[in-house]
Ligand binder design. Structure first.
Ligand code: VAH
Length: 310
């Protein structure tokens, strides 16, 4: 059985349903600090779990014969910059609790890292899989520490830890909360609802992005990959496109010609975005577990606008 933490989040809300369809509803236990009646269907296994409560996580894993933990509970970059100490607590103590339970029960373990694990001294174009990682955001500091902690549990205890450095993820099911790349989701909703959007990141702010279906597929492919092929493990660069606000606006205008984009830059999120790479190199992911995204900006925009308009 698979247990997810943070199942009601942007990634979890789609990954949970994908795993239910793939492995059966009874083999997926969704958990989140918030309870949501009927989330993931009436037959779904849903439990409340505060990831700071390691004992409860241990009970859920033991009592349900869980063999895979997907740890998604975390505070994202913008929120983390406003509450750095709380972010460290949730992102690191939460992860340690999850890793310790995985070690106790020898579970396969997945947790996402991020392009946020890189910093201003990292090469911004074709950012290598292995390179300088000196992030200047609390979120990034916690993500580098998470990558190293997951490698430690693999090296020290043989725990089967695996991770992906996600770019900005764009989805329509559950809007993200507290991220720096959220503009790339909000722009689609506002384009449909209001015909205009005011971006909190400036024109020319290039960031790696990926459509959620590609992120979900990459996660499943990595979890199912032959472990003998995995040289990097924690955590693979994955991306589908390097884009900036004007490029999204131009693509939206092909469907909504009168759409207008304006700017009201948020210095905190602009500072975080400026510290991140423009375009990372996903070669290791392609070579080691067949990462192959299907959506580019044109295909993603068409699908996002269709889904948001429904
Ligand atoms: C954030 N969506 O903005 C997350 C992600 C690369 C960005 O880590 O914090």
């Amino acid at each position: 059985r698979i247990l997810l933490t943070g199942a009601l989040g942007q990634i979890g809300s789609e990954l949970t349903t994908t795993l239910q369809h793939k492995y059966g509803v009874d083999n997926v236990i969704a958990t989140d600090i918030r309870y949501s009646d009927g989330a993931f269907g009436e037959d779904a296994r849903f439990e409340t779990l505060d990831i700071m409560d390691g004992n409860r996580l241990n009970e859920l894993v033991k009592n349900n014969n869980v063999d895979t933990i997907i740890h998604l509970a975390a505070m994202l970059s913008a929120n983390a910059e406003h509450h750095p100490q709380r972010a460290w607590e949730i992102n690191m103590t939460g992860l340690m609790n999850s890793l310790e339970v995985a070690r106790e029960h020898d579970c396969k373990f997945f947790t996402p890292s991020s392009i946020g694990a890189f910093g201003p001294s990292t090469i911004k174009q074709s950012t290598p899989q292995i390179t300088v990682q000196r992030p200047t955001s609390m979120y990034g500091v916690s993500k580098v520490a998470s990558e190293l902690l997951c490698d430690y549990y693999y090296t020290k205890y043989g725990l089967d830890t695996r991770g992906l450095r996600f770019p900005g993820l764009i989805s329509y099911l559950t809007p993200p909360g507290g991220g720096t790349t959220d503009y790339a989701v909000d722009i689609y909703y506002k384009a449909v609802e209001e015909g205009s959007y005011t971006s909190f990141l400036s024109a020319g702010t290039y960031l790696d992005m990926m459509y959620m279906p590609d992120a979900i597929q990459a996660t499943v492919d990595l979890l199912e990959a032959d472990p003998s092929r995995l040289k990097n493990r924690n955590a693979y660069n994955v991306t589908a496109m390097s884009i900036e606000p004007e490029m999204i606006a131009a693509e939206i205008k092909k469907h909504i010609p009168d759409f207008t984009l304006s700017y009201d830059v948020d210095p905190v999120r602009q500072g975080i975005a400026d510290s991140w790479p423009d375009a990372i190199d996903p070669t290791a992911a392609k070579e080691e577990f067949g990462f192959s995204p299907l959506y580019d900006l044109e295909k993603m925009t068409k699908d996002m606008l269709e889904k948001v308009q429904k």
